[in-house]
Ligand binder design. Structure first.
Ligand SMILES: [Zn+2]
Length: 313
């Protein structure tokens, strides 16, 4: 049987998603399991193996791509991931190789998303771009000359932890003012509490007990002035940060991924406006802001599986 499918595995703190797809990004099978149900990673690997076997696809698996928090490409390990119950250094790529007897490639989830855009998504026609994933935090993956930048130790491209506001909001990394504390779903929610203006008292947001980032975007659409101010603030910090990141790799585009990026074309347009205002002259009018094309498909599985086609095809 021809080995023409890649197994993509996205390890999350709550759920892990895995699936099989071909080199064009057609997903043949996808399933989600609860990461927390597995006390040790060997059991999770075995469970995925049994499920892939039971649907009859095992002989077609060419390789395995894994996206994981704090995933290290060079060592194939997850290192001290704060939102996983497994502690220390986990040799996850080796565990998959041992069970499936095919090559496994591991990297962090934002890097996997960047390769996913390169192979099947909004970066297919590009050689130099940066993906920005806007979720609970902010992740990034830098592609230059069609290759992902890993750095000497595998941890390159942590733009979410570039400090943008001196002594600003406290970040999960232990420092203050990191970009992801502002430009992420959680950052938007923090802005509801921290930004006060003459418009905040009349805003629906102030009355909500557990407001979500998506509601800020919805209310802004309906004319809520305070919600609009929060979006403007978020877009400004992100846009100005992208202007600075451009100095590093001179990308042709930034590709935005995640719920916030999907909240209508206005947000991307605003980010682009603030970026252009802040860009160094030599970069002006040269950098696009694109929206991910992995949305609505099977983004996590596609991102992870793309590692296989990127290296083994
Ligand atoms: Zn940080």
């Amino acid at each position: 049987m021809k080995r023409n499918l890649a197994l993509g595995v996205d390890i999350g703190g709550t759920n892990s998603v895995f699936g099989l797809c071909d080199e064009h990004g057609t997903v043949y099978y996808e399933e989600s399991i609860s990461t927390k149900d597995y006390a040790i990673p060997e059991d999770l690997v075995d469970s995925i193996y049994q499920r892939v076997k039971s649907v009859g696809h095992l002989p077609k698996v060419k390789g395995i791509g894994i996206g994981a928090p704090n995933g290290n490409y060079f060592s194939g390990t997850i290192e001290f991931a704060p939102n996983l119950d497994w502690t220390g250094i986990i040799p996850l790529a080796r565990l998959f190789e041992y069970r499936f007897k095919v090559k496994a490639i591991l990297t962090n989830d934002a890097n996997a998303a960047a390769i996913g855009e390169l192979i099947y998504g909004a970066g297919r026609d590009l050689k130099d771009f940066v993906t920005i994933t806007l979720g609970t935090g902010l992740g990034s993956g830098v592609i230059t000359s069609s290759k992902l930048v890993y750095g000497h130790d595998g941890f390159a491209g942590e733009f979410g932890h570039i400090r943008v506001i001196p002594n600003g909001r406290k970040c999960g990394c232990g420092r203050k003012g990191c970009l992801e504390t502002y430009a992420s779903a959680t950052g938007v929610v923090r802005s509801i509490i921290e930004l006060k203006s003459k418009n905040s008292e009349s805003s629906e947001l102030i009355k909500m007990t557990n407001p979500q980032a998506s509601q800020v975007f919805e209310l802004a659409e309906e004319g809520d002035m305070f919600a609009s101010e929060i979006i403007e603030y978020t877009a400004k910090i992100l846009g100005e940060s992208l202007a600075d990141f451009a100095c590093f790799s001179s990308p042709k585009a930034f590709i935005l991924f995640g719920g916030i990026a999907q909240s209508g074309p206005n947000f991307a347009k605003k980010v682009k406006g603030y970026m252009e205002d802040a860009l160094l002259h030599i970069y002006k009018d040269k950098i696009e802001i694109r929206i991910s094309e992995l949305h609505d498909k099977n983004a996590a599985v596609l991102g992870a599986s793309s590692l296989v086609w990127n290296e083994l095809s």
